[in-house]
Design a binder for this molecule. Structure first.
Ligand code: C2O
Ligand code: CU
Ligand code: CU
Length: 500
């Protein structure tokens, strides 16, 4: 894209009262779609030293060219924008040397990883500018796709928006034996979906209105691994996409523009027990999905987020749909990435139907049910900006308050409800959970894997079950929160400890 197209986009934005109409972007976008190859960030395997696998991560400032000739000030980890892909192996001990060179205090959280609270990288593990933080822990969980991102108190939304996020791939022997595509960058592709908004000078725009704060930051420019609607050239008949919704607030109703079906194989914290075919998949912020796309027909296809109602797994019925639409809670429409198969394609193995056995936790194993109601203060209070607009069970996040104390070894049910007109992706640190039911119904095929983030639609009741194991710490808490980062920063977050 030329500078003048970029300016054209920005001008369209400036003249519109609200967010850029997507239609205003398509023409200019189409011009770039063939041009930018999908960035494949470095795969870091770490270095084995005395039985510990060591990763050196440099959180830094930089500039990044999202548009040719336009330099956007950014943050990144070993890169100008976003971070390397870290590969970890089940059973190994890892140490991450995280150096903060961004010139302001930050943290780095390992989202979805089961670890001691002191290694979590949440708001209680700040890294001062110039310092290095070196958490160490053993990988004891299922193989899947995870991520890492800033979790700086009240600043998470802004720091992630500027680029502080990356991907972690955990592998194990059991899933390797399934013969799924697993050559990184060739047929096993990391796909970080984000949307961003830019100022006219090319810098990132962040929170310039009350709706940005209330609904979370939306953008008009779709990014995949930091590139605007890039093209991935397929060399194999089947491609595994490890998709992360890395957006601050956008929900994506994903599919392909030619409506081809794909195979859904994995969720947040594990592969699915069984793969299944679909042509649509809703991903809320922080959720992951592994899918296999078959491009053996040789035709190009566009990974697309279809706009429209707040449907999908978190669909909130008519009220939710209407209000969701009004509140900007509907799925955003974007052309994310073109997949262009090359002329001759290498064969890929069959995708098995049965993938992993995850030991099912039964309702009868639970010693306790905790209830969490997600709330937004609406009406005059919100308009006047009085009081904290976001809360859980009537309380907004306070660093000094431990909201819940869990006993080590206990299995618990967490019952999530949502009193507000928006969908909230609810996330719990430390553990992976299983969905027991959604509005009394057993989970659909795509929600039967291990998860750490679940969409709770307006008026919905979602019950999840999990076991708190291995790590206890009466001092340091883990977080649970809405993963719309502006909601998290606004107080829709609480803290729990696990005690022996
Ligand atoms: Cu993705 Cu509390 O984090
Ligand atoms: Cu997390
Ligand atoms: Cu929320």
């Amino acid at each position: 894209m030329q500078r003048r197209d970029f300016l054209k986009i920005l001008m369209t934005g400036a003249s519109a009262a609200v967010i850029l109409p997507y239609a205003g972007l398509t023409t200019a976008m189409a011009q770039t779609s063939a041009a930018t190859p999908l960035p494949i960030p470095e795969l870091m395997r770490g270095e084995m030293k005395d039985g510990v696998r060591i990763y050196d991560l440099d959180m830094r400032r930089g500039t990044h060219e999202f548009f040719t000739g336009v330099k956007t000030p950014t943050l990144g980890i070993n890169a100008s924008y976003l971070g390397s892909t870290l590969k970890m192996k089940v059973g190994e001990t890892v140490r991450l040397n995280v150096t903060n060179n961004i010139g302001e205090v930050t943290t780095l959280h390992w989202h979805g990883l089961h670890l001691p609270a002191k290694a979590d990288g949440g708001p209680h593990q700040p890294i001062a500018p110039g310092e290095t933080w070196s958490p160490e822990f053993k990988i004891i969980q299922e193989a899947a796709t995870f991520w890492y991102h800033s979790h700086q108190h009240n600043k998470t939304g802004e720091q992630v928006w500027r680029g502080l996020a990356g991907v972690i791939i955990i592998e194990d022997e059991k899933t390797k034996a399934l013969n799924l595509p697993n050559e990184y960058g060739v047929d096993d592709i990391r796909v970080v979906l984000q949307e961003r908004r830019f100022n006219r000078d090319g810098s990132f725009a962040y929170i310039n209105s009350m709706p940005d704060r209330m609904m979370g930051m939306s953008g008009d420019v779709p990014l995949v691994n930091g590139a605007v609607t890039p093209t991935f050239t397929a060399k194999t008949k089947k491609i595994r996409l490890r998709i992360l919704n890395g957006s601050n607030a956008g929900f994506y109703n994903l599919g392909f523009n030619d409506n081809r079906s794909f195979t859904h194989i994995g969720s947040d914290g594990s592969l699915l027990p069984e793969s299944y075919e679909t042509n649509r998949l809703v991903l809320g912020p922080a959720e992951r999905a592994e899918i296999i796309v078959d491009v053996s027909d040789g035709k190009p296809t566009m990974l697309t987020s279809f706009g429209g109602g707040s449907g999908g797994s978190g669909g909130g019925g008519m009220m939710g749909g209407m209000m969701g639409g009004m509140m900007g809670g509907s799925d955003s429409a974007f052309n994310f990435m073109l997949i262009q198969p090359q002329a001759s394609l290498t064969d890929s193995a069959e995708i098995p139907k049965s993938l992993v056995t995850v030991k099912k936790l039964a309702e009868s194993d639970a010693v306790k049910t905790r209830r969490f109601n997600l709330e937004m203060k609406m009406g005059p209070m919100m308009m006047l900006g009085l009081g904290a607009p976001f809360s859980i069970n009537g309380k907004s996040m306070e660093m000094k308050v431990i909201n819940e104390v869990v006993k080590l070894g206990d299995t618990e049910i967490w019952e999530l409800t949502n009193d507000s007109p928006m969908r909230h992706p609810f996330h719990i640190h430390d553990i992976q959970f299983q969905i027991l039911d959604r509005n009394g119904q057993p989970p659909v095929a795509g929600e039967r894997g291990l998860k750490d983030t679940v969409i709770v639609g307006p008026g919905e009741k979602v019950r999840v079950i999990t076991k708190f194991e291995n790590y206890a710490d009466s001092e340091r808490p883990y977080m649970y929160h809405c993963h719309i980062l502006e909601h998290e920063d606004g107080g829709m977050m609480g803290q729990f400890t696990v005690v022996a």
